[in-house]
Design a protein around this ligand. Structure first.
Ligand code: NAD
Length: 259
């Protein structure tokens, strides 16, 4: 079975919720063991990991901090004795006009959504080189390919992730390691729920109107992508079936970036 991941170990950052948790479910369903990560306290993370039995552990780490990433990566390799797959998924959003964008929010989004991908990747590569194989999957966004107003930090960070992934792919191309970006359109997760609530309040319109006229106005198929779809694509990219796919940025956006 070209798409089974038995015996492999994956670290999925930001996997206590939303897309990351969906990715973890698909990876475990395909035979991998998974290291979950988030900023939740250990007790809550352990509770989330319980769903996976002995196939998952939870490691708390704030990935906006380089020292925490160094500690996480060492603990991740120690957890199951190897690291085959790295999914960089942790990310946050803040929406504001550029001139009013809080500078500390900008710096935080760049640190978490962009710089953490550099740090986890640089630390994972030696672990993958030991195994003579590896898969790096970065969760960017349609906003890694096109822009929207009021999302300066997010769009800058996601475009950077697409570029960094290409560099990673070129540097590892002969080593049985691949690096790709998944670029989802809107997926209904807590991150998007917060945007729906904020827009409904700001414009005094109903939640359904925000979904239809603001968010999915961008998405030609008029449907949210699902966390299971993103997870299934991760499984495929992590598998032997995708050995020749590297340096790609794959939209999962119902046609948004076809415009
Ligand atoms: P979410 O809010 O549901 O989950 C975010 C996860 O990141 C949580 O597990 C949280 O613990 C973790 N996290 C937050 N801050 C962290 C930090 N400092 N250190 C470590 N972990 C941290 O979000 P989501 O919608 O599932 O988004 C996941 C990723 O997918 C993000 O990178 C986001 O940009 C991207 N994305 C989301 C959508 C969407 O529509 N939801 C679309 C495109 C891309």
């Amino acid at each position: 079975m070209l798409t089974r991941l038995d015996g492999q170990v994956a670290l999925v950052t930001g996997s206590t919720s939303g897309i990351g948790l969906g990715i973890a479910r698909e990876l475990v369903g395909s035979g991998a063991r998974v290291i979950l990560n988030g900023i939740e306290a250990a007790a809550m993370g352990d509770e989330i990991a319980r769903e996976f039995g002995k196939d998952a552990v939870y490691l708390h780490a704030d990935l906006s901090r380089t020292d925490a990433i160094v500690t996480l990566m060492a603990a991740a390799e120690a957890a199951f004795g190897r690291l085959d797959i790295l999914v960089n998924n942790a990310g946050i959003q803040h929406v504001a006009p550029l001139a009013a964008f809080p500078p500390e929010k900008y710096d935080l989004i760049i640190a978490l959504n962009q710089s953490s991908v550099f740090h986890t990747t640089r630390l994972a590569l030696p672990m993958m080189r030991k195994l003579a194989r590896g898969r790096i999957i970065n969760i960017a966004s349609a906003h890694g390919l096109v822009a929207s107003p009021f999302k300066s930090a997010y769009v800058a960070a996601k475009h950077a992730v697409v570029g960094l992934t290409k560099v990673t792919a070129l540097e590892t191309a002969e080593e049985n390691i691949t690096a790709n970006t998944i670029c989802p359109g809107y997926v209904l997760t807590p991150l998007v729920e917060a945007q729906i609530d904020a827009q409904a309040k700001a414009h005094g319109i109903a939640r359904e109107a925000v979904i239809r006229d603001v968010l999915l106005a961008q998405q030609p198929n008029k449907k949210f992508a699902t966390v299971a779809e993103i997870g299934a694509l991760c499984v495929f990219l992590a598998s032997d079936a995708a050995a020749s796919i590297t340096g790609a940025a794959l939209p999962v956006d119902g046609g948004w970036t076809a415009h």
